[in-house]
Design a protein around this ligand. Structure first.
Ligand SMILES: Cc1cc2nc3c(=O)[nH]c(=O)nc-3n(C[C@H](O)[C@H](O)[C@H](O)COP(=O)(O)OP(=O)(O)OC[C@H]3O[C@@H](n4cnc5c(N)ncnc54)[C@H](O)[C@@H]3O)c2cc1C
Length: 491
């Protein structure tokens, strides 16, 4: 009899847990749709399908119990306050360009899709741009280009403002001006208890600093006020080269990174791409000079590398260059991204190239892939008195001596996700080993490029991490955003 009672109790407990995990978010969706009529979408609706299929990468297209599309900060506050009380898992989605599964979407939970909060307002008096956190960078550039103004923003048109800025942000103008988050003047943010606060240099300053690199750990950003600067046309575009140029390009990039060569107007991404479908490799250099200077001297060595398969260098505006990057980006496939950083040495790049080539071939034996390895500079640190949370000392010069390495793998076969993540992890480990051998290791993992298994917030350093944890406790004392929301967490 006693055994039967215990079994029955276990049975009831199991089903109540199952019911909680399945039923609560569904119930939450029903209750939310009563408070936010017409803004909550279940699977089977056109809006739900549009939201899910608009994630840039397939691995981010999880199926939540519902998608909530608030139109302003008050509606975000209502949803977040409600969800913090029910305990259901939820996610916040900006432009949907992140590669980490579960960071901006949640299976069987509630996904808050911020894309309806996308007003872009230029205050001519203060030269400040107020941008809804659900906007994308093409909306921003379309607004600013006609006024010969710009901000620090994404280099691809559809990247979201929300994820990009809370992760740091590398822009066309970063070598001169820094991480994009350093040009934020004010952040309007909804805390986990539904309070709406403004964080800036004089109010809630600890929160303001934490949001510059600390991702979604402190609140849901609803608006960024950004400092604009004068920026007319620039000179830029891309050159595509065959694999016979690889060694030459590595040498050219190595010279470009010599300290005395530093040119604050020159921004470059050098990529090596393996196309598994045709077993071919190419290289691309994306070059942007922040002035309308044709054939900028700093870039001459890249322009002289021959042969070239194509060349789009031209004078144009930021919108046009961001559109070009989008057109060249692989989307609607599964992807794996991971990143590491090291100090430049004369030999490090030529030691990494064969490791990448071997890893691409090995991955292509698992399933057909495209593998891309990109080198670029880290932006300079923020000026004194305007800290961010990325961990670089104001006196350091990451823009001169550090190289950011991004590997991204694209593939159709969704079943290969885990294996390719493991293979990518091996690649990053091997690069870190080379960096260690060269005395070039650097503990910085760029959050916006990081894989789910990486720990970018920890890699900002103990001091920053402790500060971030204090801010999280102050503004989210119940730890709602740590427990109920995915992404890079502080634990
Ligand atoms: C084609 C392409 C080009 C890119 N180009 C660049 C580039 O030039 N420079 C660069 O630095 N990075 C670049 N990235 C990386 C990009 O910055 C990150 O993927 C970034 O997370 C995208 O932001 P999102 O809003 O689109 O992402 P999402 O996937 O929507 O969100 C990413 C993370 O941010 C959080 N988040 C989003 N909105 C908010 C909000 N309002 N409040 C709080 N948290 C929020 C989400 O919860 C999630 O954890 C690029 C990525 C792609 C795919």
């Amino acid at each position: 009899m006693a055994t039967r009672t215990v079994l029955l109790a276990c049975f009831i407990h199991f089903f109540s847990l199952l019911w909680q995990s399945l039923a609560s978010p569904i119930e939450d969706c029903a209750r939310l749709s009563r408070s936010l009529p017409g803004l909550v979408f279940r699977n089977g609706t056109r809006e739900f399908a549009e939201s899910i299929t608009s994630y840039f990468y397939v691995q981010a297209r999880l199926l939540p119990a519902c998608v909530v599309s608030p139109r302003d900060a008050e509606e975000v506050a209502l949803a977040v306050d409600f969800l913090s009380k029910t305990g259901s898992p939820f996610a916040v989605r900006g432009g949907g360009h992140g590669s980490v599964t579960g960071a901006a979407n949640v299976a069987r939970g509630i996904t808050i899709d911020m894309r309806s909060i996308a007003d872009v307002y230029l205050d001519h008096g203060t030269a400040t741009l107020k941008v809804g956190a659900g906007a994308t960078w093409d909306m921003v550039y379309n607004r600013l280009d006609p006024h010969a103004l710009s901000v620090l923003g994404g280099r691809a048109a559809h990247v979201g403002v929300g994820g990009y800025l809370t992760g740091g942000g590398i822009s066309f103008f970063s070598p001169q001006r820094g991480f994009a988050c350093d040009y934020i003047i004010n952040v309007q943010v909804v805390l986990s208890n539904g309070t709406i606060v403004n964080a800036n240099a004089t109010h809630a300053t600890d929160l303001f600093i934490a949001l510059k690199g600390g991702s979604n750990n402190f609140g849901i950003v609803t608006r960024f006020d950004l400092r604009t600067f004068r920026q007319g046309d620039l000179w830029g575009g891309g050159i595509v080269y065959p694999n016979s140029t690889f060694e030459k390009l590595l040498g050219t990039f190595t010279s470009f990174k010599q300290l005395e060569s530093f040119d604050p107007f020159a921004e470059i991404e050098l990529s090596f791409v393996y196309l598994g479908s045709s077993s071919t490799s190419i290289a691309t250099s994306s070059l942007y000079y922040a002035k309308p200077v044709v054939n900028a001297t700093t870039f001459m060595p890249f322009m002289l590398v021959e042969p070239q398969l194509s060349n789009t260098l031209r004078i144009s505006n930021t919108s046009d260059f961001a559109k070009e990057t989008l057109a060249l980006s692989t989307q609607n496939q599964s992807s794996v991204w991971a990143t590491t950083t090291f100090t430049m040495t004369s030999t490090i790049l030529s030691r990494i190239l064969p490791i990448w080539q071997a890893s691409a071939l090995a991955m292509n034996r698992m399933t057909t892939i495209t593998s891309s390895m990109t080198f670029q500079s880290i932006p300079p640190p923020p000026p004194r008195g305007m800290p961010n949370s990325l961990g670089f000392h104001t006196k350091s010069s990451p823009e001169k001596n550090l190289v950011l390495c991004l590997i991204s793998i694209f593939f159709e076969d969704t079943k290969s996700q885990e294996d390719l993540e493991l293979a990518t992890k091996d690649f990053i480990r091997a690069v870190d080993q080379v960096a260690e051998d060269e005395g070039a290791e650097e503990l910085f993992t760029y959050l916006n490029y990081a894989a789910g298994w990486q720990n970018p917030l920890h890699d900002y350093g103990d001091e920053v991490l402790n500060d971030l944890r204090k801010v999280a406790i102050e503004y989210d004392p119940a730890g709602i955003l740590q427990k109920q929301m995915g992404g890079f967490k502080l634990s």
